[in-house]
Design a protein. Structure first.
Length: 202
């Protein structure tokens, strides 16, 4: 168990350290520059979609508020690193609660840390790591609501899904199957929990 724990924390340490190193050492690239430019526009232009017709305004609003503390590139990149740390935490909770294998948390974290996609985006001023945070958090709440519905968790579930949809359109790839699965569960089990979940999604 001690070796397992050491490996678990070593993977996390190396993964986070590597992302911080990339955030410090690599120069600004085009898509990051666009995100920063878009976030510096007025609230009206961001909300109207004038700054970016491809992505919804949520991430740019978040970045605009985040940059009130500092506009330094490292500070802006820190937001994605913090989202990545949140993803690690949520993944470990999901693995511990819903996977029987004792190695599941370490394997889940290792898969995330070694993913080329996340190695690239977990430190950049882009919306994708934050999007993953909303998806994982929403899914964790969905699993808990299936067992027992709490008003507080249901409200948080609704708020997270709403923010996720405005954060990036990629959230739809998670949200639409979630709606269909919830409707199917409601049709087969007809439980109060399933009805509340479907109501919050629609």
């Amino acid at each position: 168990m001690r070796i397992y724990t050491l490996i678990f924390y070593f993977i996390i340490l190396v993964g986070i350290t590597g992302r911080i190193y990339l955030a410090i050492s690599l120069p600004l690239w085009h898509d990051e520059a666009y995100s920063i430019w878009a976030s510096q526009e007025s609230f009206t232009r961001i909300l109207s979609g004038a700054t970016d017709p491809v992505h919804p305004p949520g991430y740019y609003l978040f970045l605009k508020l985040w940059s009130l503390v500092s506009e330094h590139l490292l500070w802006l990149r820190l937001s994605s690193i913090l989202f990545a740390i949140a993803n690690i935490y949520i993944l470990s909770i999901l693995a511990k609660k819903h996977m029987k294998d004792s190695m599941a948390p370490a394997l889940s974290i290792a898969a995330y840390m070694l993913s080329g996609y996340f190695i690239i985006f977990d430190w950049q001023v882009r919306m994708y790591t934050g999007l993953t945070t909303f998806i994982l958090f929403s899914f964790m709440l969905f699993l808990s609501l299936r067992k027992k519905s709490h008003t507080k968790n249901l409200m948080l579930f609704t708020i997270l899904n709403t923010i996720g949809l405005y954060f990036d359109y990629g959230f739809l790839w998670y949200y639409l199957p979630l709606v269909l699965i919830s409707i199917w569960i409601l049709g087969t089990k007809k439980s109060a929990e399933a009805m509340l979940i479907v109501s919050s999604l629609l």
